[in-house]
Design a protein around this ligand. Structure first.
Ligand code: ATP
Length: 242
C-alpha cells in the first residue's frame, strides 16, 4: 500500500503548530523511517495518519493524506483500519488483565474463526515466548514480550501498511535488535509497507530503505538509509552521535 503525505499542517488546541508542511511517501512494500529529536512532530504525524489527532485535541489544518491514491485525510481509525492501515502507538496499549491469547483473540475479531485460529498459530510460531506465556496476565510480560504481543496483535488485523511509533522505547539493546529484526521479517514476508518512527536512529536505519528526519514540524533531511548512515555529517548533525 502507498502512503502519501502532502504538505501536512497540524495543530493542537487550534494554536500549537506541530506539523508545518510535511510531505513524505512510503511506497508499496517499502520501509521508511521517520526520525528526529523530542518534540519534532513524529507522534503528531503518526496520529494524523492514524486518524487519532482529534483524540489529542489536535486537527489537520491543511494538506492531504492519501492511501493508494484515495483521500484519507479526515477518516476515522475504523475506516482507516478497514483500508489496511494499522498503527502501533507509543505506550503498548494491551489489555493488561487479559492473557496474551485473549489479547490476540480481541485483536483478530474481524477474522473468520478459521483465519483467527491460523493467525494465532502463526503468531505463536513466530514468537515462541508468547506461546509459553499465553495464559498468564499480559501485564506481567516483560517490555520486549509486550512489544512482541503488540506486533502479533497488529498481524491479526492483516495490515497493508504498518505504522509503528517508537517500538524500541524502554527496551534493552538486545531486544531492540530483536524487534527491528521482526519488523524487517514481517515486511519482507508479508509485503507490508512500513513507516517506522524512532528516536533510536541507528536501530531504525538498519531495517529501512529510506529515511526522513523531522525537526520542529518540518522535514530537514530526506534520503537513502544506507547513504544517511554512511554520511557522518548527517548522522552527527541530525541524529546525534550515539
Ligand atoms: P517525542 O518523541 O517526544 O514524542 P515527537 O517528535 O513525537 O516527540 P510530538 O509529540 O509530535 O513530537 O510533538 C510535536 C509538538 O506538538 C511539540 O511541541 C509538543 O509539545 C506538541 N504536542 C504534542 N502533543 C500535544 C497535545 N496533545 N497537546 C498540545 N501540544 C502537543
Amino acid at each position: 500500500m502507498e502512503l502519501l503525505v502532502e504538505n501536512l499542517k497540524a495543530v493542537y488546541r487550534g494554536v500549537i503548530l506541530a506539523l508545518d508542511g510535511v510531505s513524505l511517501r512510503v511506497g508499496p512494500g517499502e520501509a521508511v523511517a521517520l526520525l528526529g529529536p523530542n518534540g519534532a512532530g513524529k507522534s503528531t504525524l503518526v496520529r494524523a495518519v492514524a486518524g487519532l489527532l482529534p483524540k489529542f485535541e489536535g486537527r489537520v489544518l491543511d494538506g492531504h493524506i492519501r492511501l493508494n491514491g484515495q483521500e484519507a485525510t479526515h477518516l476515522d481509525p475504523v475506516r482507516l483500519s478497514a483500508l489496511g492501515l494499522t498503527a502501533l502507538l507509543e505506550g503498548r496499549p494491551i489489555f493488561r488483565h487479559l492473557t496474551p491469547l485473549e489479547n490476540l483473540v480481541a485483536a483478530g475479531h474481524r477474522l473468520s474463526p478459521k483465519a483467527l485460529k491460523e493467525g494465532i498459530e502463526e503468531v505463536f510460531a513466530r514468537f515462541p515466548r508468547l506461546f509459553e506465556r499465553r495464559n498468564e496476565q499480559a501485564g506481567y510480560l516483560s517490555g520486549g514480550e509486550q512489544q512482541m504481543l503488540l506486533l502479533g496483535m497488529a498481524l491479526l488485523t492483516e495490515p497493508k501498511l504498518l505504522v509503528v511509533d517508537e517500538p524500541s522505547l524502554g527496551l534493552a539493546p538486545k531486544l531492540v535488535a530483536e524487534v527491528m529484526a521482526t519488523l524487517d521479517a514481517l515486511r519482507r514476508e508479508k509485503g507490508l509497507s512500513l513507516l517506522l518512527v524512532e528516536q533510536n536512529a541507528r536501530a531504525a536505519l538498519g531495517v529501512v530503505d529510506r529515511v526522513y528526519v523531522l525537526e520542529r514540524g518540518r522535514v530537514v533531511f530526506e534520503g537513502d538509509a544506507k547513504a544517511a548512515m554512511a554520511d557522518q555529517d548527517v548522522m552527527e548533525f541530525y541524529l546525534g552521535k550515539d
